[in-house]
Design a protein around this ligand. Structure first.
Ligand code: HEC
Ligand code: HEC
Ligand code: HEC
Length: 405
């Protein structure tokens, strides 16, 4: 054998052994671990902070941590997790001293939310849990103040945490692509809320993580400088709704043809508040509407989004296809009810108590058209009269059928 070839073969062998060893290491290990640091922090829980923290948490934490059976933030399965990544469960973050986070210090919570490293085990908290490295100190303290409050959603629950089972692929990505953030070395001030483009940028990139979902792929994120992410805000990312269908994030750059360039400021604000776009489309899961934000905050996002580069990128919006067993089932898909409630009525949001809670049809009609009157924390769209009377009756009947199953 030629000497060169021998060396090449040897090199290949070494690479294979190292890669194989690395793969075995990843397969056997859990999440990577990092050093942790004790943060000395005591948040003063003023009523303003608790109220503001609740609004933030309702938009940022509740959808992932609310358990339909306990009615509190005791953790639940992440139904929208792609199969290739395995199964994942969020955790019990109620005030239970051992099952929840009742014994965590304010510093522990701040450390986890800032860095993505578990304060007690050092384990990296996977990419499907939010991280807030750029949020202002004041907003972060408000969330912490709320987590410590007597809100019924946080009442101690002894529900056990269910271990997640990430696949090899998920673990490999977490080992190789995703890294924790440094704990901020300087205070992060509140942005100037009178400068709407600056405030809007803060909301889009540092608080609500709009940009992370509105890329073509989560892996395109430039975690340290969001605006440098490939295809910034141009959408296309494929996600799963509660019915198991794929929903692609929309293009929210100011491109006139494929983005939101032709929307007026008021149309944008109304879309975010109602969950229905100017074209009459329901914003399906995981988007939902954002009722806890003020018109000023929403308008600021609009102002900011109109300063970023317009990118021409048409995102397909697939319409649901049958077969349907009944007209009710068909309308339940047409109005995107199934994207949140799943076809059974119990997906990310559970409507199976509707029969006992709303025995009168007239009330059930109103629940479907004006959900906020009945549950001020709901992200269900404000359908109003976008559902004609005839369809409303069929939908309500379908809801009753689901409840009776
Ligand atoms: C996209 C879904 C998602 C969102 C949004 C989310 N979480 Fe989580 N959270 C998770 C998952 C999943 C885990 C479990 C991660 C793991 O397996 O280690 C978790 C873990 C945690 C833990 C660790 C608890 C423990 O005992 O280890 C805390 C605390 C927490 N979340 C608080 C929050 C707060 C506060 C917010 C809002 C600012 C929030 N989460 C938003 C999904 C989410
Ligand atoms: C968890 C991922 C996720 C986050 C976070 C998110 N979005 Fe979305 N957004 C989506 C998806 C998916 C769609 C498409 C929904 C559909 O097609 O029904 C969407 C749709 C939209 C639309 C409708 C556009 C159109 O043309 O129909 C707007 C506007 C929008 N998002 C703005 C925002 C803003 C502003 C934020 C931050 C406050 C945000 N989104 C946060 C996933 C997300
Ligand atoms: C973007 C997500 C989303 C969409 C789309 C949606 N819902 Fe909902 N819905 C929710 C949430 C969240 C709740 C509150 C659940 C709770 O209280 O636990 C809710 C609550 C309800 C309730 C009341 C349940 C109760 O116990 O009070 C009914 C009835 C209902 N939805 C019917 C519908 C119908 C019919 C459609 C379609 C026309 C629809 N929903 C579309 C998210 C959605």
């Amino acid at each position: 054998m030629k000497k060169v070839l021998k060396w090449v073969l040897l090199a290949v062998l070494v690479v294979v052994v190292i890669a194989g060893g690395f793969a075995a290491y990843i397969a056997m290990s859990g999440m990577p671990t990092y050093d942790t640091q004790k943060i000395n922090l005591k948040v003063e829980a003023t009523p303003e902070r608790v109220a503001h923290g609740r609004d933030l948490a309702m938009s940022l934490c509740a959808a992932c941590h609310l358990n339909q059976n306990t009615g509190v933030l005791s953790g639940t399965q992440m139904l929208d997790m792609p199969e290739a990544f395995g199964t994942a469960y969020s955790k019990n973050i109620t005030q239970h001293p051992t099952k929840g986070i009742g014994k965590w210090t304010d510093g522990d919570i701040a450390w986890l939310l800032r860095t993505g490293i578990h304060p007690h085990t050092g384990s990296y908290v996977p990419p499907w849990m939010i991280k807030l490295p750029r949020m202002s100190d004041e907003d972060l303290y408000s969330i912490i103040a709320w987590l410590r409050s007597d809100d019924p959603l946080l009442a101690p629950s002894a529900a056990d945490n269910v271990p997640s089972e990430p696949t090899f692929l998920a673990k490999m990505l977490v080992h190789m692509v995703f890294k924790p953030y440094d704990y901020p070395s300087k205070p992060i001030p509140q942005p100037d809320t009178t400068n709407t483009t600056q405030y809007g940028k803060y909301l889009v990139t540092a608080v609500y993580d709009c940009y992370g979902c509105h890329l073509n792929d989560f892996a395109d994120q430039d975690a340290n400088d969001p605006e440098k992410s490939k295809g910034y805000c141009a959408g296309g990312n494929a996600m799963k709704d509660a019915a198991g269908n794929t929903v692609h994030s929309a293009n929210i750059t100011p491109d006139k043809a494929t983005g939101i360039g032709s929307w007026s400021r008021d149309e944008f604000v109304q879309t975010m508040k109602s969950g229905i776009t100017p074209k009459g489309h329901v914003m399906r899961f995981p988007m939902g509407r954002m009722t806890k934000l003020s018109d000023h905050a929403l308008g600021s996002m609009y102002d900011y989004l109109h300063t970023i580069p317009a990118i021409s990128h048409a995102v397909e919006r697939a319409a649901p296809t049958g077969p349907w067993k009944s007209q009710g089932e068909k309308l339940f898909d047409k109005y995107a009810c199934s994207t949140c409630h799943s076809k059974t009525g119990k997906g990310h949001a559970n409507l199976l108590a509707a029969n006992s809670k709303y025995p009168a049809d007239s009330v059930l009609y109103d629940v479907i058209r004006n959900p906020l009157r009945y549950n001020p924390d709901s992200y269900m769209p404000h359908f109003g009269t976008t559902i004609p009377d005839a369809d409303l009756a069929v939908l309500a009947q379908h809801v009753r059928t689901l409840c009776n199953k």
